[in-house]
Design a protein around this ligand. Sequence first.
Ligand SMILES: [Zn+2]
Length: 344
Amino acid sequence: MSQANATAEPTNRPPDCNRTGIDFHMPMPRLKVKGIVIDFHSHLLANRHGPVWFETAAHFGIDCFVTMSPLEEAVGMLRDHPGRIHFIAVPRWQDATPDYDDWMRRIEGFYNLGSRMVKFHMSPGTLDRWKWRLDSPTMRPILREVTSRGMAIMTHVGDPETWYQGKYTDHSRYGTREEHYQMWESVMREYPNTPWVGAHLGGNPENLGRLQRLLDTYPNLSLDCSATRWMVREISNQRDQAREFFIRNAGRIIFGSDQVSGDDRGFDFLASRFWAHRKLWETAYIGPSPIVDPDLPQDQQPTLRGLALPDSVLQSIYHDNAVRFLDRLGLRFELPPMPQTKAG
Ligand SMILES: [Zn+2]
């Protein structure tokens, strides 16, 4: 503990994951989904986080995960949670600069563990930190490797509009949102047959018109609806238009949480994310979000406005679309049979 913390006055401030004091252990109705519920965008970062991760997921009715995990953790996860995990291949994020040879080896390693998707993190912050671009010549061999293996691509392009209006205003350093989407689309056009996921509603939930154009232009593009605070803020902000967008594009949107595990992230933290997503997509809840949104002032914290999506749309986003996407890649989740209770 730092000196500052050690001497700080004790406060009664509630935790950032539960500013409204919800009892996340209260039961939530089981999802009305036929088949398994899949979280298509998650970050289970260490196998030791697995027990509380799966306990929390079970409480919220989420069965299986597509996760961006370090390669070093992957074998243990597959052993301990058979049939519940598929991996999206990622580079070694903690490196100061990208190591393309290492990433190439990791893609092969993940492929050998059954992974059929690769993540390209191309947010403004990552473009700046790693001095790379999706459309750069150095990325070509990676893209060729991925597509020639028949793997799918997930891209993170864009970021919250609040960040473009805030920390990304130096365009000479970060570029503009328009430039970022030109970069993405120029590469997506080159690989029209590659199944593609635009993370976090294509990185621009604030602009449903842009998302509609992307979906209409690129038939192999799907969008995941991951990132809890971002989605709560921006989907709630245009609740009725967002609901129409989800219904119109029900076959193209895949549920993801963007849940990130951590040594200090227990049941309540993980529960807050699943709780907010389920309220947002399934219910007509109108009320405060339990999660502090650091992008907004204390006195303007967001009101969560649930979309109350029709059952058929929920079936698509929680199950059907993910299953269909994975099936194209030759993948499925195969849960082990339930343990038999002895009769008599
Ligand atoms: Zn993520």
